[in-house]
Design a protein around this ligand. Structure first.
Ligand code: PEP
Length: 253
C-alpha cells in the first residue's frame, strides 16, 4: 500500500512563535490517520529542532527541511548539509522545489547530488518536478518532467528509488490559486509512474508515492487526491492555517 502524504511547505513564512503555535495546534488536533497516512511539515531551518520535538509523540507526523546543500561538508558559508539534518533526526527534505530551481539556479545535476546526500544520511527526499506554463502551452510537459526525473533520479538503484517521494508541481499552479484539473494531474502522475515503470519495473513504480502540488486547499484536496495515481499533496499557502491543513490531511484517501 503506497504512503498517502500531506506535506506542508511553510516556505519563508511565519515567525518562530507563530510556527510553534501552528505546530502545537496541529499536534493537539483530533485526527485519525490510517496506517499509510502521513503528515509532513517542511519548516524553515531555525525551527527544525523545535518542530522535531513538538511532533515526536504524534504518530505519523514527520518533519522535513525545505532544502539541503549539494556539498557534503566544508567551507560553504550559510549552507546546511544533509548530515546536519540527520543529526537532528530529520526524516524528510524537499529537493528541487521550483522556487529553488528558479531563484537559486538549481540544476537537475545539482539535485542528483542532493538526492544522493539525503539517501546517504537516511533522509527521504521529496523530489519536486514540474513544468512552466510556456512548456505546457507547447505541450512539452511530459518530456520536460521525464528529463528532470532522468537527470536527477535515474542513476539510483531499485532499492534507492523506493526511498524517494516525488512531488509533481506544475509551476503555473504554485501560489497562483490556479490548480491543474483532476484530469491534468492524473494524466501527469500516470505518465510519471509509467516512466518509473520503464526504468525500474512495475513492482517498484507501484510503490512510489507521487504527490500533487499547486494551490491545493481544503476545498479541492479530496477531489485531487481521489485520482488513482495521486498520493496526496505538497501544500504551500494552505498549510499556514491549521484548519485548512487539517482538512487537507483528512482528505487523504
Ligand atoms: C508549494 O509551495 O510547493 C506549493 C504548491 O504552494 P501553493 O500550495 O501555495 O501553490
Amino acid at each position: 500500500m503506497r504512503k498517502q502524504i500531506a506535506a506542508a511547505n511553510w516556505k519563508m513564512n511565519l515567525t518562530y512563535q507563530q510556527g510553534v503555535a501552528l505546530l502545537q495546534t496541529m499536534v493537539s488536533a483530533e485526527i485519525s490517520l490510517k496506517e499509510n497516512h502521513i503528515a509532513v511539515f517542511a519548516v524553515p531551518f531555525p525551527y527544525l529542532e523545535m518542530a522535531v520535538d513538538t511532533v515526536q509523540h504524534k504518530k505519523n507526523y514527520f518533519i522535513s527541511a525545505q532544502n539541503c546543500s549539494d556539498k557534503k561538508s566544508g567551507a560553504y558559508t550559510g549552507e546546511v548539509s544533509a548530515e546536519m539534518l540527520k543529526s537532528l533526526t530529520l526524516d524528510y527534505c524537499l529537493v528541487g522545489h521550483s522556487e529553488r530551481r528558479e531563484y537559486f539556479g538549481e540544476s537537475n545535476l545539482m539535485l542528483a547530488d542532493k538526492v544522493n546526500l539525503c539517501l546517504l544520511n537516511g533522509i527521504t527526499p521529496i523530489f519536486c518536478c514540474g513544468e512552466a506554463l510556456q512548456t505546457r502551452e507547447q505541450n512539452k510537459q511530459n518530456s520536460f518532467v521525464e528529463n528532470q526525473l532522468k537527470q536527477s533520479l535515474f542513476h539510483l538503484s531499485k532499492d534507492e528509488i523506493l526511498k524517494i517521494v516525488i512531488a509533481y508541481e506544475p509551476i503555473w499552479a504554485i501560489g497562483t490559486g490556479k490548480t491543474a484539473s483532476t484530469e491534468q494531474a492524473q494524466e501527469m502522475h500516470a505518465y510519471i509512474r509509467s516512466v518509473l515503470k520503464n526504468q525500474y519495473g512495475e513492482s517498484f513504480s507501484d510503490q512510489i508515492s507521487i504527490l500533487y502540488g499547486g494551490s491545493v486547499k481544503a476545498g479541492n484536496a479530496k477531489e485531487i487526491f481521489a485520482s488513482k495515481d495521486v498520493d496526496g499533496g505538497l501544500v504551500g499557502g494552505a498549510s499556514l492555517l491549521a484548519s485548512e491543513f487539517l482538512e487537507i490531511i483528512r482528505a487523504l484517501k
